[in-house]
Design a protein around this ligand. Structure first.
Ligand SMILES: *Cc1c(COP(=O)(O)O)cnc(C)c1O
Length: 397
């Protein structure tokens, strides 16, 4: 998962240079550019892009497109856990299965990622260990009967869970999920741009997304690069417009040099955030192939968004587009509003707004919710062997 020379992100090179859509369901339409050969077809929904009318009129934009990842059947979006983390869970679990691995996948998450992996793994019946801070345990549910998923509450925050996951993943029989370094995760998220480009007929001029780790931003850049080489989707990379929630905004701080989001400000994060899924203490920023490279290559921008801005943007979006969204994508909507005000995007340019999660109310109405039981709690410094032994017992492997 790391280039030996400089620690950079590895990138997949696919045999086909042009994008051929496969007649497979959901995300597997893009199998040409996913590290997957024979998907089991359990799970694997894709995002859905549509031409905005309501918000576009409000902001006076002619070519605003919304990429929706969540549950909105009328628009063709069927992710029942309601976030674009499902674009990562399906290809990751599929590629793990295809590599013949029966190891237990280890994952640290503060919410949406754990939910997506729990849902997908419950369909594919692959064993997964989720390490989730105690305060986030109530966010972990599935809409299908839970499968071989072991949920462990970590006495600490998300960073503690990440460190514990790194230690456990080194034990025999366990495999790290890899985060931003995992090609399956990035190329899964990259399908947002592939799907949008097939609907729009071209790459957008601008791409808006709220980020924590920035993995989605890197993925959008990589997918756009592949589409440029294809040749049918235009000749310019979309500009990345990434947004973070102030003051818990290390990417914003690193890119703009602003004091907001610096080490001192990060003390106390993520409490008080508009959405704590947008917080990652050490994002893959300066690593080769990471967020900084993506911003440089695309002439990108990073926005710092206050809770008040996000709240206003969320109301505006929900009223004009008539769907509920998760708090995180409201941060991207707020960034779009700022960009329109500052003239950073033109009224006639093509804009892709990535609504990374939404439709929770409809998903809750239509599907049952299984709260995942917590198997046990662990201290961040607990010996890895103690944990792995208990996890094996729980999962029966
Ligand atoms: C994780 C998440 C994000 C941020 O994703 P990155 O990994 O930083 O690209 C944005 N929105 C939602 C709903 C998320 O769950």
């Amino acid at each position: 998962m790391r280039c030996e020379k400089d620690g950079g992100l590895l990138r997949a090179e696919y045999r086909s240079r042009s994008l051929t859509l496969a007649s497979l369901p959901g995300i597997w339409t893009f199998i040409d550019w996913l590290p997957v050969r024979n998907p089991s077809l359990h799970g694997g929904d894709r995002s859905a892009t549509y031409h905005s009318k309501g918000l576009a009129r409000e902001l006076n934009l002619k070519r605003l497109y919304v990429s929706f990842s969540g549950y909105w059947p009328e628009r063709g979006a069927f992710m029942r856990t309601c976030s674009f983390k499902e674009l990562e869970s399906a290809p990751t679990l599929e590629s793990l299965a295809e590599s013949g691995g029966s190891d237990i996948l280890v994952l640290a998450s503060a919410g949406n990622t754990a939910r997506a992996f729990a849902e997908t793994a419950s369909k594919t019946l692959q064993p997964v260990l989720l390490l989730v801070p105690n305060t986030s345990l109530d966010k972990i549910w599935t809409t299908v009967e839970p499968g071989r998923v072991c949920l462990v509450g970590v006495k600490g925050d998300y960073s503690d869970a990440i460190l514990l996951a790194e230690r456990i993943a080194q034990e025999p029989g366990f495999v790290p999920e890899g985060g931003a370094r995992n090609i399956a995760r990035r190329d899964g998220m990259g399908t947002v741009v592939l799907e949008a480009a097939t609907v729009m007929g071209a790459l957008p001029d601008h791409y808006f997304q709220a980020v924590g780790s920035g993995t989605g931003g890197i993925a959008a850049w990589e997918a756009s690069t592949r589409l440029l080489k294809d040749g049918r989707f235009g000749s310019r990379l979309p500009r990345l417009h990434l947004s973070q929630n102030l003051p818990c905004a290390p990417i914003y701080s690193a890119w703009t040099g602003s004091a907001a989001g610096n080490e001192k400000e990060l003390y106390g994060c993520p409490s008080g955030m508009y959405d704590d899924v947008l917080f990652n203490r050490s994002p893959p920023y300066a690593v080769p192939g990471g967020v900084r490279d993506a911003l440089i290559q695309t002439n990108g921008e990073v926005y710092g968004i206050t809770n008040e801005d996000a709240e206003m943007a969320r109301h505006l979006f929900e009223e004009t587009e008539e769907i509920d969204i998760l708090p995180a994508p409201a941060v991207a909507v707020a960034a779009l509003i700022k960009a329109v005000e500052s003239g950073s995007v033109g009224r006639d340019e093509t804009i892709l707004l990535n609504i990374t999660g939404g439709g929770l109310s409809m998903s809750m109405e239509e599907y049952p919710r299984y709260r995942l039981p917590t198997s046990f709690e662990a201290a961040p410094d607990a010996p890895a062997e103690d944990i792995t032994r208990t996890v094996r017992e729980v999962l029966g492997c």
